[in-house]
Design a protein. Sequence first.
Length: 196
Amino acid sequence: MMNKYILSAAIMAGSFSSASYAQLAGTGLTTDGILESTSTGKIELMLEVDDSIEITGLQEFQYGIFDAADTGDQSISDDFCVYRNGGDGYEYTITSTNGSFVLNGTIADANNGNAIDTIPYVVRVNGAKGVTSSTGTQVTYGQITTVGTFLGSSYRDCSDVSGENASINVNIPEQGIRDATSDDYTDTVIVLVSPV
């Protein structure tokens, strides 16, 4: 019987904004004019800009079916947009709903003490398009990734950089797939970007 695996990983984005919309205290520069042939008043303008950041353009990763004829790691990359006010810097923190970088199966494996099999995977990110399984920065689960400087776009749709300015790669090593029993394996990667 041919073993088949359906592998999938969904990508979920986290955004951060510290906007409070609190009223700013004036400095007393707004003044009325005085009664004369002309009169001049002054109006003080005040605006506070807080940190804001947003991820858009993420896609679901469908690895398909891995069977006896397949070989090699299973790797998918996605380019997306990170908006950051001012085009300023940001950092990544990557986690998942499974609690670690593993795809979980659904069937108890008698050869594994009736535990559900898991398949490990590796996540890499970049502050530009085109990350692969051998480029960019490898992520440690739940830890802030600040290697280099990740700069966001000051356009919410990243139109200044053809719509994409960041990328993520999820690579599933072949041996981890071969160690797993026949089942469907899934996880959801949570991508949090935070202003720096």
